[in-house]
Design a protein around this ligand. Structure first.
Ligand code: FES
Length: 335
């Protein structure tokens, strides 16, 4: 593992794909504490109650603050599964609200100064409402980019919290959430198994998190080896619903192992659309005669996810254990 100049041990480990545990990333919680077996470090700025002088003498360091001064051998705990990640309940402040499509709002949430949220790309959080109800939102930011949490909220008829987001929510409002939750995250495979991402509407959010994290980790790989081929099919109704289309196009320009296929189901005449049309999972059926050696990650409406699972596994020989999904079920006032 190579550290870039000024990088902490934790930063370089995360960049290279090692899931070291962390909490605050500023030297106050102690979750990242590990042992320096050989080599020297600059301990950086940290809270002295979190790392005592005796612990330092015993070779311990806070990996979120310490940076290497020489080659190091370290001993640490690695997060290998969701069960290793702590589920927290935290307050957050609304930092920014961006209405990016007629019915899509991007909500940026700031955590308290001494807190960070460790999660796997693709997971979600539950916003805890005052009446005891919860609303689930996928995290759209990547785990390495965790200063501000990003959610993509869609407005829909009868959605009480959605309506609140679109009419009354203001910057500086305080919310509480529990997370991270869910098992929608990228599975490692030993071989180069190509990946198909399938998103409908704001199902784009967790896939954005996964892709940004993959691109970030690939940036430290020097050769093409180990870069998996990835295709994103993003299905929406009209062109205006492709709310981050520029970002997806930019990924395609920058990464030769990534292809973006937008699909409209109800293109308007003024959309002047010459791209793919119809249901998003049908575009995959048209493009692939077999999915035998693929993984599919589908996120969005229940109808889309169900149809994709059925058709891919029966008509295209996708292995059942190669299909991963996160279904967005709308919540209404009666729930
Ligand atoms: S001390 Fe909290 S993550 Fe390092």
């Amino acid at each position: 593992m190579h550290a870039a100049p000024g990088e902490t041990i934790l930063q370089s480990a995360l960049r290279e794909g090692f899931s070291l545990p962390y909490g605050c990333r500023n030297g106050s919680c102690g979750i990242c504490k590990g042992k320096i077996l050989t080599g020297t470090v600059d301990y950086g700025r940290y809270n002295e109650e979190t790392l005592t002088e005796e612990e330092k003498q015993a070779g311990m360091a806070l990996f979120c603050c310490a940076s290497p001064v020489s080659d190091l051998v370290i001993e640490c705990r690695e997060i290998s599964a969701i069960k290793d990640i702590e589920i927290k309940t935290l307050p957050v402040r609304v930092e920014q609200l961006d209405r990016v499509a007629p019915d899509v709002m991007i909500i940026s949430l700031k955590l308290p100064a001494n807190q960070r949220l460790q999660f796997l790309a693709g997971q979600y959080i539950d916003i805890l409402l005052k009446d005891g109800k919860r609303r689930s939102f996928s995290l759209a930011n990547a785990p390495h980019d965790d200063e501000v949490l990003q959610l993509h909220a869609r407005n829909y008829p009868g959605g009480v919290f959605a309506e609140h987001v679109f009419t009354r929510m203001k910057v500086k409002d305080v919310l509480r959430f529990e997370g991270p939750l869910g098992s929608f995250f990228l599975r490692d495979t030993s071989e180069d198994v190509p990946i198909i991402f399938l998103a409908s509407g704001t199902g784009f959010a967790p896939i954005k998190s996964i892709l940004e994290h993959v691109f970030y980790q690939e940036a430290s790989k020097t050769d093409k080896h180990g870069k998996r081929n990835m295709t994103l099919y993003w299905g929406v109704r009209t062109k205006a619903d492709l709310y981050l289309v520029n970002l997806a196009e930019q990924w395609q320009q920058q990464h030769d192992n990534f292809t973006f296929v937008p699909v409209l189901s109800d293109a308007l005449p003024e959309d002047n659309w010459s791209g793919r049309e119809g249901f998003v999972h049908e575009a995959v059926l048209q493009d692939f005669t077999t999915l035998e050696n693929h993984q599919v990650y589908a996120c969005g409406s229940p109808v889309m996810v169900k149809a994709a699972y059925q058709d891919f596994t029966t008509m295209r020989k996708l292995p059942r254990d190669g299909f991963f999904s996160d279904v967005f079920t709308p919540s209404t006032s009666s729930e």
